[in-house]
Ligand binder design. Structure first.
Ligand code: PAF
Length: 282
């Protein structure tokens, strides 16, 4: 299996493989891979001649130094997991220097307001960091198709907007959320939860499902109150936000409209570990 930690060698390899009608599928990640990531790799393999995965914990998208420091880094283990999907996948695991070339800062983006809601509101600068690194990775890998999970639905919409605004020659494909058998959405951060915390965290998906049922007959405000009450009862849980928003522009739903598609978004701290999840309400 080919693993590169610098863009020059990666590009030489990709150039040597290029051929007419050749298509590169790309799965950008921050590592600590789980089955959700592997499903993105499978989707890419089924639709492209070559698949590249990047593993890079991007410092500019963290607004909390402790979160960056504690983010799991498990490269050897990740490579073993990738091998179970295919030995032909190319791994790009760059250094910070290879990506940022001595200037580890974000570019500032205008994503037409998508960046001001939810994750953008609670993690200032986060989407500038995501936009900067994703654009850089696209320039290096030059993929035809790139795959992102719907768990980070706001990120997915923002990356589509980045591609549209910057006219980047890549198709963005959103893939369904992967959940474990308890309903907990797969996330690299789950690795930091104890078994007991994992068990408790299953409430997140149960509450989202109940919110979906309630949204059939109740207002967004009433659903919001139900969710807030559900988490207030659990001592080591801290609800950061629950939002019902229009899927297209991510604006908060104040009054329901029949023609719009809505989605619920949630961020919860389980002790100090921040988990997010989302569910379509239509
Ligand atoms: O979703 C992630 O893992 C990251 O935000 C991404 C897209 C790889 C950018 O660092």
């Amino acid at each position: 299996m080919l693993v590169f930690n610098n863009k020059v060698d990666l590009n030489l390899c990709l150039q040597s493989k290029s051929a007419p009608n050749f298509s590169i599928g790309f799965v950008p990640t921050m590592g600590a891979l789980h089955d959700g990531h592997l499903s993105l790799l499978k989707e890419s393999i089924n639709n492209n001649k070559l698949t590249v995965i990047s593993i890079f914990v991007n410092p500019t998208q963290f607004n909390n130094a402790e979160d960056l420091e504690k983010y799991p880094r498990t490269l050897d283990n990740d490579i073993e997991k990738i091998k179970t999907v295919s030995e032909a996948i190319i791994v790009y695991a760059p250094t910070v220097e290879d990506i940022y070339e001595g200037n580890t800062t974000s570019q500032h983006y205008n994503f037409d307001g998508l960046e001001h809601q939810m994750e953008g509101k609670f993690r200032p600068g986060h989407f500038d960091g995501v936009g900067t690194v994703v654009k850089r990775l696209f320039e290096i890998v030059k993929p035809n198709n790139a795959y992102f999970g719907e768990k980070d639905f706001q990120q997915l919409q923002i990356i589509k907007k980045l591609v549209e605004k910057e006219k980047l020659p890549v198709t963005i494909i959103g893939c369904p959320i992967h959940r474990d058998s308890s309903g907990l959405a797969m996330s690299s951060r789950n690795q930091r939860l104890t078994d007991e915390e994992k068990r408790q965290a299953t409430i997140i998906y149960r509450v989202l499902n109940q919110a979906k049922v309630l949204f059939g007959t109740k207002s967004a405000k009433e659903v919001h109150n139900y969710v807030a009450k559900s988490f207030a009862k659990i001592p080591n849980f801290d609800l950061e936000y629950f939002e019902i928003a229009d899927e297209k522009n991510l604006l908060t739903c104040v009054r329901k409209s029949k023609n719009k598609k809505y989605r619920a978004f949630i961020a919860v701290f389980v002790n100090k570990i921040r988990l997010i999840d989302t569910i379509s309400l239509n």
